[in-house]
Ligand binder design. Structure first.
Ligand SMILES: [Zn+2]
Length: 139
């Protein structure tokens, strides 16, 4: 079972919903058990990256997702650094991204500049987060 913490934006109570799988969580209609509101904020559990033994390389994709969702650039940067730090084929751009994230720059800002770069210079890591599947009109 996976537990997900939420806070109701309408009545402000906090509660936990549990699902058998991430797929179930994704498909479920989530509403406040007290007032029935669907205006919920996901409460992301902090992942302690201060622990030197934190091994992002062994993180599940779900754990990684919650790091992304946390919006904490430093955490994401550290995760990238651990996951890809030993893969030189990922290229300088990736390491630049990691460095900037770890320096505290926001993911939005880093990603936007990567997309700008990608428009002029093809190749490398075009986005730090896989973009939603969009029909390619390049011809
Ligand atoms: Zn509520």
């Amino acid at each position: 079972m996976h537990a997900y913490d939420f806070r109701c934006k309408t009545c402000s109570i906090s509660f936990t919903l549990t699902y058998k799988s991430y797929r179930d969580y994704d498909a479920a209609e989530k509403h406040c058990p007290k007032c029935g509101s669907i205006e919920l904020a996901r409460v992301i559990k902090r992942i302690n990256v201060q622990a030197p033994t934190r091994d992002y390389g062994r993180m599940t994709s779900e754990d990684m997702l919650s790091v992304f969702e946390s919006g904490d650039s430093r955490q994401v940067g550290q995760m990238f650094d651990q996951v890809a730090g030993t893969s030189p084929e990922l290229g300088a751009q990736f390491h630049e991204t990691t460095k900037r994230l770890m320096g505290g720059e926001s993911m939005e800002s880093v990603e936007r500049s990567l997309q700008d770069q990608d428009a002029t210079k093809n190749g490398g890591v075009s986005s730090i987060v896989p973009p939603p599947a969009a029909p390619s009109t390049a011809d």
